[in-house]
Design a protein. Structure first.
Length: 365
């Protein structure tokens, strides 16, 4: 692996720029990720289920009726029939019913079923749900919209509404722990940023391969899902962030040892990659193949999850750990190892002095 580390150090700008462009493209794709439910077409691929789905779409009824919204009408001030009439007039709704059977009604409560035309995974389906909720709430003070679509919407708002705060908290704790382990301020900051980028790149792969369908149809015969099941990006983040940080700590710890022994950042990078690269690559390859095999399962959601994990591991072990990490560490030279006195006291470790300008020749060579 020394043969890999040496050319990366020599061509640090090219390696950093090339890896950065690849990751930037994938992270940009992740910005259009839509959370929701799987498109009905990804579930019904053949047989009677597919035939029935096509019949619904051709008739104009739409596949959205497969997942109706269940509206609870409480109290006695609002008539269920009136709520059904209001919902049936909403754009994107095929119809609504308020059965008078005892199984649909209880004293002070009744259920109204609303049947949307567009699939819930599409933008039109999500817009229809917004209009249905607004209409239902306006129909009476005790009218509430339930069903899979509404539950999924509430789940997304509850979980991902606080997602930036959760990432910030995890990043802060990780930064403190790594600053103490590496006796550096720059290395833990870089590690946290690259780990977040790694997860974002994996999300970008999910968007391109599954949501947009650039690969899912060719590889698995599954059309574009239109959105990604809401729990999958969360699971991809939880798994990849921890695994990527393990790889990062393993590699950078070795680099720190080599720098303490030689005082040369470039030597530390080359030897650190050379003595940890094979192990990290082998471990990543084993996991990658495991998730590739998982993607052969029949469930579409499992295929999507396995794709995100496999792509994230592959990108992390190649583009990030083999190219971007050594290139960036080499570019920053001795500033990688700087830990001022005050933070060192707070972390209860020995400080690492600021680099001498004269010693920076290695970083610009």
């Amino acid at each position: 692996m020394d043969r890999l580390g040496e050319p990366v150090v020599r061509g640090r700008w090219v390696a950093a720029l090339g890896a950065g462009l690849v990751l930037a493209a994938l992270v940009l794709a992740a910005t259009s990720l839509q959370l929701g439910t799987s498109n009905a077409n990804t579930i019904a691929k053949e047989g009677d289920a597919k035939t029935g789905l096509l019949a619904l779409e051709r008739s104009g009824i739409g596949s959205g009726v497969l997942v109706p919204a269940e509206v609870l009408v409480g109290g006695s001030s609002t008539a269920p029939a009136h709520v059904a009439q209001e919902l049936a007039a909403v754009s994107g709704v095929h119809g609504a019913v308020a059965p008078a059977l005892p199984t649909w009604r209880r004293p002070g409560a009744a259920v109204v079923d609303e049947f949307p035309t567009p699939d819930a995974s599409t933008a039109a389906g999500r817009d229809t749900l917004e209009r249905v909720q607004a209409t239902a709430h306006a129909a009476g003070p005790e009218v509430r919209v339930g069903g899979i679509g509404a539950q999924n919407k509430d789940f997304i708002e509850a979980v991902y509404g606080n997602f930036p705060l959760m990432i910030a908290l995890i990043a802060l704790i990780t930064f403190v722990l790594l600053a103490r382990a590496f006796r550096s301020l720059l290395l833990p900051l870089k590690a946290v940023i690259l780990n977040v980028i790694s997860v974002g790149a994996a999300w970008g792969v999910l968007d391109l391969v599954w949501q947009a369908g650039h690969g899912s149809s060719l590889i698995w015969g599954v059309p574009a899902t239109g959105s990604i099941t809401s729990w999958i990006p969360l699971m991809v983040f939880a798994f990849l962030f921890g695994l990527s940080m393990d790889y990062e700590v393993f590699i950078l710890s070795r680099m720190r040892e080599e720098y303490d022994a030689t005082g040369s950042t470039d030597t530390a990078v080359v030897r650190g990659i050379g003595r940890t690269g094979r192990l990290v690559t082998s471990a990543a390859l084993i996991l990658f193949l495991a998730f590739v095999s998982l993607a052969s399962g029949p469930e579409t959601e499992i295929k999507v999850l396995a794709t995100g994990l496999a792509a994230g591991i592959l990108l992390d072990a190649t583009v990030i750990r083999a190219l971007l990490v050594p290139a960036v560490v080499s570019l920053f030279g001795r500033w990688n190892w700087w830990l001022p006195t005050m933070p060192a006291r707070l972390l209860r470790v020995a400080p690492s002095p600021a680099p001498r300008l004269a010693a920076e020749a290695e970083g610009s060579s």
